[in-house]
Write a protein that binds this ligand. Sequence first.
Ligand SMILES: Cc1ncc(COP(=O)(O)O)c(C=O)c1O
Length: 462
Amino acid sequence: MTDSWSSAAPDLHLDWDPATGRSGLADALRDAIRSGRLPPGATLPSTRALAADLGVARGTVTRVYTDLAAEGYVRTAQGAPTRVASGVERPSSPPRSRPEKPVTRWTLQPGQPDLSAFPRTEWLAATRRVLQRTPATEFGYLEERGVAALRAALARYLARSRGVVADPDRIVVCGGHSHATWLLATALAARGDREIAFEDPSLWAFRRIAEAAGARVTGVPVDADGLVTSELDSPAVMVTPAHQFPLGVTLAPHRRGELARWASTAGAFVIEDDYDGEFRFDREPVGALQALAPERIAYAGTASKTLAPGLRLGWLVLPRTLVEPVRAAMADSGWRPPVLEQLVLAELLDSGGYDRHVRRCRGVYRSRRDRLLAALPEHLVPDGISAGLQLVLMLPGDGPGEDAVLGAARRHSLTVQPLGPHWVRPGPHPQGLVLGYGAPAEHAFQPTVRALLATLADVNLA
Ligand SMILES: Cc1ncc(COP(=O)(O)O)c(C=O)c1O
């Protein structure tokens, strides 16, 4: 568990450190009320929901609500939700530890799963089992490629669930896809390959990481069939074939074949970012591209969507020629993913707990996707809905632009992401919103959808 956890965070944004216990939780709620982030009349989550989100006993939350009611911060009534009371005095100075980013009450931040769904009980049980049986020798300095037990478990899991050609010798455990991007850009640069093509649009943050590792970044267009492979002309390309980020298209079968052939003939490398491959809703899972050319395609997976981004755990299945350069890059970085987390993930994979958790989450996210689709006005037709934790809503060319929608979203205390920063080449580009329906805690999902609809109505889109 982290030291300080902005929990039920996506919705209440409580700056609460679990170590501070019940009194710290009460302080965090007082701060949220005094600062106006929880305005008079706002409904607090039920004690059951908040306790589940925070991972504390329900009685703890009940005591905190009772104390706050006695102090006049909230109103409680039998059979009714607890609400923020009116007339709470606001301090003239800002509350302590106000984050610099504007805080919104609701979030559709793409790329983030429901953090309150983290499988605490299973993780705890797996940790206990690991600690009971792991010899002390395992806690020494680590081999750069990662713990052998995890590499073996990943090889089995990825072959079974994603069709990856995986053996433990070509797997490197890393700190998520961001770290994988840095490792690969560094390893490729060491071989003299200093340019990486990215899909246009693609997640801007990874392009920045590649540049920081010394790579030149170029953009290759994406159309309704995914990456336009005929435009490739770089020694390496990063691609999201199962669910293009952010547009959401699936790389068409003919393009998959072309991409693998291009890599083999040009002697180029493909980096397959399989960030949400576990979450397909409407069709058979799309297997990993990597199986088409395992010596040219580096497969990259992450626990950031399936478990939590804060774990910082990901994995690479590499062409054999890249194993040593990536291992060397890891050694030079001076960092390794922590051994205990690696062993616990291996245990979750081997015990079936990981599969059960993914299956549970798939059902939850699918239902959210359906509820969001049902709520959107008919004339707004989102794309990228067959998989993952986000969809994209293109804005009509003759309507409000991204800036206007973002302004309205702020007024409704909602975080949404514009498409704008993801484009690689200069515009003009179509405008749109990337809506991450995975982010809210379950109890906050419907109010978040309502905030989205109010935002759209504000700019005459609903
Ligand atoms: C396209 C894409 N790939 C990968 C990731 C995962 O990155 P990481 O594993 O560094 O958390 C994200 C997270 O937002 C993403 O949007």
